[in-house]
Design a protein around this ligand. Structure first.
Ligand SMILES: CC(=O)N[C@H]1[C@@H](OP(=O)(O)OP(=O)(O)OC[C@H]2O[C@@H](n3ccc(=O)[nH]c3=O)[C@H](O)[C@@H]2O)O[C@H](CO)[C@@H](O)[C@@H]1O[C@H](C)C(=O)N[C@@H](C)C(=O)N[C@H](CCC(=O)O)C(=O)O
Ligand SMILES: Nc1ncnc2c1ncn2[C@@H]1O[C@H](COP(=O)(O)OP(=O)(O)OP(=O)(O)O)[C@@H](O)[C@H]1O
Ligand SMILES: N[C@H](CCC[C@H](N)C(=O)O)C(=O)O
Ligand SMILES: [Mg+2]
Length: 488
């Protein structure tokens, strides 16, 4: 239990009505969760305005309200605090409420369009293999040592982050690896966290519905590095067009990795196949079970981050070679009889789809058919749809356009948008099958020995979100079932 004035430390207060020495049970930004003696933080959001629920929160027992505009009706036994920015206030309050847990952790944040889940999960794996107590906050799962906690956002809200970090510290965790999404930075979900290292993977087209322009999207990502203290380390991908720009204004120590340019952490690709990659990492020759040039960047990011701590280079490189692929990221399944290759991959951006398809084309030995099954999510950036339609048809033998998570949109209209990007010479290369299960079944039915099927977009997801209902759906399960059904 803490007093309101202790939680409000560092929050710039515009106006206060009422006392600030009362005990606060819990902080909530959703009125529906309020109970007696809680503090309600009103946020003017994307869909609703929390200020409209202040009275409801008071009715439910809130004794403190944090808001950007004072409500018309003031209740005598409630304290009202007006602030400039409720999201910022929430982040600082969450930090104090949980006793600044990020200060007790070695905190590593990873941002970028693609590769965040892969690199943070690999860092978690590597440090765990080296015997450290570890935590992870990722799109797929939150981990506190061995314990898994389910999650729905890549970067949760500031209260949830601080709560999990508190639990991590209490469980003895030393290193915490977390994904930092652009929504997370923009909505100040990570504000006030004490990052020791922040790493940048890459920047390409995504979320332009939310950020309006590519420059705005890029500048939001850059903010993570701008806010780092001098004592922190900023790691970036030198081969990415924005890799140097992102670190332009950071006060942190700069460290770069790359394949094409001179960098602190370098890799050379010596051999590639479905079995993995032979690499040279800073001069040391190693084997890795990963497939695809993009995964070399991911391994380099892990290498660069791990090298910022008290570990020997040999120890790190050896641990890198032992890393296992991450669920739904280039997850490779081979049918037992006809050796049909299926790759389930979370590529849901144009750049990711292009990388995965180029990788598959580069390891195709003969002229096996490469069938791509792909769609786009509903209620997300519409401008990426035609671009992905074009990439899929240009880089595959044949394509089945299907449904991803339609959310509240009509799946056939989403496919219309994807189809609109197909260039004239490729129009005979695709068919449309809206039902994703049928699309996977059709591809398996057509498959011949050694053919390759890419199922893109949903990776690890075990549901399909239709009108807000999450129906069970798992790409990997569908592939395995159809491998059996068609005796592949
Ligand atoms: C567009 C967006 O990012 N929205 C996020 C944002 O919601 P918001 O603050 O705008 O909320 P809102 O629905 O407008 O409501 C405003 C306020 O009224 C409150 N309210 C509402 C109703 C009520 O009865 N009482 C009440 O108090 C709400 O709790 C909220 O505080 O803040 C919420 C709490 O942190 C998030 O759950 C919510 O994520 C939504 C569900 C979402 O889908 N977000 C996606 C786009 C997202 O964030 N994705 C990123 C990147 C993904 C990636 O590429 O990896 C991620 O980090 O996951
Ligand atoms: N370094 C990389 N560069 C480009 N593409 C990548 C890279 N790493 C992974 N990908 C591709 O992007 C997909 C998503 O990877 P991952 O889940 O690691 O990214 P993410 O940044 O966490 O995505 P999200 O924003 O959804 O959380 C992968 O399935 C793969 O196709
Ligand atoms: N974190 C990403 C995931 C997209 C995954 C894809 N399957 C979709 O539903 O669009 C987002 O929320 O945009
Ligand atoms: Mg992720």
């Amino acid at each position: 239990m803490k007093q309101l004035k202790d939680i409000l430390y560092r929050v710039s207060l515009e106006e206060v009505i009422g006392r600030t020495d009362q005990d606060i049970n819990a902080i909530h930004f959703d009125s529906r969760e309020i109970k007696t003696n809680d503090c309600f933080v009103a946020i003017d959001g994307e869909k609703a305005n929390g200020h409209d629920f202040i009275e409801k929160a008071v009715e439910l027992g809130a004794t403190a309200v944090i808001c950007e505009e004072m409500p018309k009706n003031i209740s005598n036994d409630v304290t009202y605090v007006r602030v400039n920015d409720s999201r910022q206030a929430l982040a600082y309050m969450a930090n104090h409420y949980y006793d600044s847990p990020s200060k007790s952790l070695k905190l590593i944040g990873v941002t970028g369009t693609n590769g965040k889940t892969t690199t943070t999960s690999l860092m978690y794996q590597l440090f765990q293999n080296l015997g450290f107590p570890v935590g992870l906050i990722s799109t797929v799962v939150i981990k506190i040592n061995e314990k898994s906690i389910s999650t729905s956002l890549t970067t949760p809200d500031s209260l949830t982050i601080n709560k999990h970090m508190r639990d991590m510290v209490d469980a003895g965790v030393e290193y915490c690896f977390m994904e930092v999404s652009s929504h997370g930075i923009d909505q100040k979900r990570t504000l006030g966290l004490d990052f020791d290292v922040a790493a940048f993977t890459n920047l390409s087209h995504d979320h332009l519905d939310y950020h309006h322009s590519f420059a705005e999207y890029r500048d939001v990502k850059k903010r993570l590095f701008d806010q780092l203290p001098k004592t922190a380390v900023a790691v970036s991908n030198k081969d990415d067009k924005n890799g140097e720009f992102i670190l332009q204004n950071t006060s942190a120590k700069k460290v770069f990795y790359g394949i094409k340019t001179i960098a602190d952490f370098r890799a050379k690709i010596l051999e590639k196949s479905f079995e993995g990659l032979k690499l040279e990492l800073n001069g040391l020759e190693v084997w890795s079970r990963f497939i695809g040039d993009f995964n070399v960047y991911n391994l380099l990011a892990v290498y660069a981050v791990a090298s910022q701590f008290d570990l020997s280079e040999l120890e790190i490189v050896e641990a890198l070679t032992k890393l296992e692929p991450v669920a739904g990221r280039f997850q490779h399944l081979v049918s037992p009889k006809k050796k049909v290759h299926a790759v389930v991959d979370y590529a849901h951006t144009p750049d990711a789809l292009e990388n995965v398809l180029k990788t598959l084309n580069s390891i195709r030995t003969n002229n096996e058919t490469l069938t791509t099954i792909v769609g786009c999510g509903g209620n997300r950036d519409k401008t990426k749809r035609p671009v992905m339609g074009n990439i899929a048809t240009s880089l595959s033998t044949q394509v089945i356009f299907t449904s991803d998570n339609p959310r509240f949109e009509n799946p056939d209209e989403i496919i219309d948008d994807v189809e609109a990007g197909v260039e004239a010479q490729n129009t005979s290369k695709y068919i449309r099958i809206t039902d994703r299960g049928q699309a996977i079944k059709t591809a398996c039915k057509m498959a011949q020995a050694n053919d390759i099927i890419l199922i893109a977009g949903k990776g690890h997801e075990t549901y399909q979100d239709v009108n807000g209902v999450k129906n069970d759906f798992d790409d990997v399960e569908h592939v395995t079932t159809n491998f059996k059904l068609f005796n592949l």
